[in-house]
Ligand binder design. Structure first.
Ligand SMILES: Nc1nc(=O)c2c([nH]1)NC[C@@H]1CN(c3ccc(C(=O)N[C@@H](CCC(=O)O)C(=O)O)cc3)CN21
Ligand SMILES: CC(C)C(=O)C(=O)O
Ligand SMILES: [Mg+2]
Length: 264
């Protein structure tokens, strides 16, 4: 079995094949997703909400993410494994290096950080030290108190153009993957076309290079609520493995996300 690598993900974009991704937090689900052929698994700080029952992702610690990264790595053979840097764990470059080291040592192959241009120096520093980086733009949940809620981002033309410029700056600084969350479909398309690296969307429409969902939303079992962009595949299929297969199929053939799971 050939392991999914960052160059493998880039090849998918170049070939026009969609990248499929889910969050995972433990070895058993990671193994099951991996066996169904998912391309990438994210140890998301969404675990603060879906595992810990908090209202947002801010209470999550670096040790929480490291613990779950170790579990996911243990269950994964093929998929690419990336881990979220939690709130305030990457406020300065020095602090970022120490915290990224914990996640890489726990088994991550890449770390993800929320934010734009202000992260460029940190991204370069991480790359020089052997750490690949994924960016995250649009609705960045760690800034929920700045936004005043989990709201769609980039709706007016000014904000959309700004976001495209931030994405290009991150790519120039060295990110090798970008997560784009909760933006109008037209912006999801524009960002994916503006970048060479793959853009993985969540609530960013059907024209990004791939899709990611929080696993609990894909099974319709989240403790808090269900974002509009998520789809319950378990109620349709009645079986965990079939639900994952159906999600992968619909991402690959472009059926998911349809308009009802996207924003205008
Ligand atoms: N279970 C779960 N699923 C997620 O996708 C998720 C988490 N938790 N936790 C971390 C972040 C927070 N996210 C969220 C949470 C809520 C909305 C939400 O309620 N959005 C509104 C849009 C409001 C608007 O139109 O501006 C929606 O109707 O979906 C979106 C993303 C995405 N992430
Ligand atoms: C929703 C995804 C992209 C994420 O960052 C998370 O699960 O924490
Ligand atoms: Mg996250």
């Amino acid at each position: 079995m050939k392991k999914v690598t960052v160059s493998g993900l880039l090849k998918k974009k170049q070939a026009g094949e969609k990248i499929t991704s889910l969050t995972a937090y433990d070895a058993s689900f990671a193994k099951m997703f991996d066996e169904q052929g998912i391309d990438a698994l994210l140890i998301g700080d969404s675990l603060g909400m879906v595992l810990q029952g908090e209202d947002d992702t801010l209470p999550v610690t670096i040790d929480d993410i490291a613990y779950h990264t170790r579990s996911v790595r243990a269950g994964t053979q093929r998929a690419f494994v990336l881990a979220d840097m939690p709130f305030m764990s990457y406020a300065t470059p020095e602090q970022t290096y120490a915290n990224a080291a914990k996640l890489m040592a726990a088994g991550a192959s890449m770390v993800k950080m929320e934010g734009g241009r202000w992260l460029c120096e940190t991204i370069q520093g991480l790359n020089l030290r052997g750490v690949p980086v994924c960016g995250h733009l649009g609705l960045t949940p760690q800034s929920v108190h700045v936004f005043g809620g989990f709201k769609v981002q980039g709706r007016d033309a000014d904000k959309a153009q700004q976001l495209i410029e931030e994405a290009k700056a991150l790519e120039a600084a060295g990110i090798q993957l970008l997560v784009l969350e909760c933006v109008p479909s037209s912006l999801g398309k524009a960002v994916s076309e503006a970048l060479t690296i793959p853009v993985i969307g969540i609530g960013a429409g059907k024209d990004t290079d791939g899709q990611i969902l929080v696993m609990h939303d894909m099974f319709g079992i989240s403790a808090n609520y269900m974002p509009k962009f998520s789809k319950n595949y378990l109620s349709e299929t009645g079986d965990l493995r079939k639900a994952v297969q159906q999600y992968i199929l619909e991402v690959q053939n472009g059926e998911f996300p349809s308009a009802e799971h996207s924003f205008e």
